[in-house]
Design a protein around this ligand. Structure first.
Ligand SMILES: [Zn+2]
Length: 563
């Protein structure tokens, strides 16, 4: 920890072929944002980088279907995705696009560096070729009969029916999905990254990271056992980053190769905007940087093996990831999400109907950190109503009401503390410390639970001290109770902010705390509110969600299943 001066956090580049859904959010964006906010609350220097992954065949296929250009498609989706991230409070320092010139330039330079060092291998391969269209066809543009199970409509790269990977020369009667005409095979030269040569280095490097999540380590070990092979970094396609070599027309860099370089291009773009174009090097080439990749488990191979291999192979001294906290998957009402069937909860639609904090909270309490987890609308409602409204909202409301009515809207004087007062104040410090340790070891779900327990403790304290009764019998005691309760409010505003930024901003403002400090409001040092500090009313922070709205959501999903 201490040897690092700054933290660079990346969130997996979402593929720009459709809106963000709950699976993406639980796997990557909500945990990444919570972690970044946590670091900021601590006053640590942190940079949060992301962007749209905009090349590759699914984009060109989708654009052709709509009759628009790939660039039109990705620009439209970029705007939509960026907007919904912002509305959910996922605040990147830069959200870029891989179709921008700065990314083309950066990834071409990266390719050339490896090429000029003689690291890349040239090989002749067989690719699908359409005589009629006079061009190579990417494997997803080709269908045929599966040689293994006999299913028709097997794709050029994979048979969906039996799951077999396909070699181009194995597919029976291949034809183009664009015009149905037969497709042949033609030789094409491509460049490969020799991952096998890099395996000993990678193996040693991975084994030096015992603190990584078990799923990530096991996944990498599985790859090592099977042995890493050469991996193509170029392919025949028009839409992408052109290969920067003579006689390579119609060839682009493979998305797996250029997309992660997008983190670097997005950092360069950010540095340019800061008016200091070379500043990106501080974040990528200085040993004081701790690099963290937040990803879903389907991205482990790229972020734990391939991208580190590329960074290591580059002639300049890039930092390698210090951790790759990959999450498992989130299921929806007990079933796998399916974007092709539309079985998902889409973020833009969610945001039209519910508050951003409710979703951030529900996902934080249910993150698929070590195993797949399940999102249900009943659970969403229960967590919102029973935890956000009844625990956090209720405590804020009863404390603010008392302070306003009986103490002139100011933190009452601290009288003599009894054991319960001292234990309650200690519980805040303990929760702050425990949740900090949990966050630092990427146990975000546990950290959320720690904060919930602290909030329950606050209500319990209020009930035990019975200020509604001491108000009549012992005003000084009542004041001391509300003094302690006010410190809980201050702790809520500081600690919950990483998960509930919208509602805690309201509380922060109502507590008349320094706006400048909002981003660094962690509970530590002399964090406590002093006697006489004015407390305003934040209003109702969480309005309960009734059954009707939940039933409507469940019906929407059932309709998708029946369609
Ligand atoms: Zn098959």
């Amino acid at each position: 920890m201490s040897e690092f001066q700054r933290t660079l956090v990346t969130a997996a580049l979402p593929y720009a072929n459709g809106p963000i859904h709950l699976g993406h959010l639980a796997g990557v964006y909500v945990p990444a944002d919570i972690y970044v906010r946590f670091k900021r609350l601590h006053g640590d220097e942190v940079l949060f980088i992301c962007g749209s992954d905009e090349h590759g065949v699914p984009i060109t296929l989708a654009a052709e279907k709509e009759g628009i250009t790939p660039k039109q498609l990705v620009d439209r989706n970029y705007t939509m995705m960026k907007e919904s991230f912002e509305k959910l409070g996922v605040l990147f320092d830069n959200y870029s696009q891989t179709s921008r010139p700065i990314h083309h330039e950066t990834s071409q330079a990266f390719f050339l560096d490896l090429y000029e060092q003689g690291i890349l291998k040239r090989k002749t391969t067989l690719q699908f070729y359409s005589e009629r269209a006079q061009r190579f066809l990417p494997d997803r543009y080709v269908e045929g009969t599966c040689p293994y199970c006999g299913a028709e409509g097997a794709r050029g790269d994979q048979c969906e029916a039996c799951g077999s990977q396909m070699e181009p020369d194995k597919l029976i009667e291949p034809h183009s999905v664009v015009d149905g005409t037969p497709v042949g095979l033609k030789e094409s030269d491509h460049w490969f990254l020799p991952m096998g040569d890099m395996q000993p280095y990678l193996q040693q490097w991975i084994e030096g990271h015992e603190n990584w999540r078990e799923n990530v380590l096991n996944y990498c070990r599985g790859w090592f056992e099977r042995g890493l092979g050469d991996r193509a970094v170029t392919r025949d396609l028009d839409w992408g980053v052109p290969v920067p070599l003579p006689d390579h027309d119609g060839k682009v860099l493979y998305v797996w190769f250029e997309a992660p370089i997008g983190y670097i291009s997005a950092t360069r773009e950010w540095a340019q905007r800061q008016g200091d174009p070379e500043m990106w090097r501080r974040w990528w080439q200085d040993e004081g940087t701790r690099l963290i990749h937040f990803i879903g488990k389907d991205n482990i191979v790229f972020h734990a093996l391939l991208f580190p291999a590329m960074l290591h192979a580059h002639s300049e001294p890039y930092v390698l990831p210090d951790n790759v906290p990959a999450n498992e998957f989130l299921n929806l009402e007990g079933r796998k999400l399916s974007t092709s069937r539309g079985y998902a909860v889409w973020l833009p639609e969610y945001l039209e109907r519910f508050e951003p904090d409710s979703l951030r909270y529900c996902l934080a309490r249910n993150l698929p950190e070590s195993r797949d987890t399940n999102f249900t609308w009943d659970d969403f409602q229960a967590r919102h109503n029973n935890e956000l409204a009844d625990v956090i909202g209720n405590f804020v409301n009863r404390t603010v009401t008392f302070v306003t009515r009986y103490f002139d809207g100011k933190v009452p004087p601290r009288g003599e503390l009894n054991d319960n007062d001292r234990q309650a104040l200690a519980a805040i410090e303990e929760a702050a410390e425990r949740s900090r340790e949990q966050m630092e070891s990427f146990q975000l779900r546990a950290a959320a639970e720690t904060l919930l327990l602290m909030s329950k403790r606050a209500n319990q304290y209020f009930d035990e001290e019975q200020p509604w009764s001491t108000r009549k019998s012992d005003m000084a005691r009542c004041g001391t109770t509300l003094y302690v309760c006010s410190q809980f409010l201050r702790a809520f505003a500081g600690l919950w902010a990483m998960i509930l930024p919208f509602s805690m901003q309201k509380l922060w403002d109502a507590l008349n705390l320094d706006e400048e400090l909002w981003q660094h409001g962690w509970v530590r040092g002399d964090w406590m509110l002093s006697e006489g500090h004015p407390i305003g009313n934040p209003g109702i922070l969480f309005t309960k969600i009734d059954d009707e709205r939940i039933e409507a959501e469940k019906k929407r999903l059932e309709a998708v299943l029946e369609a």
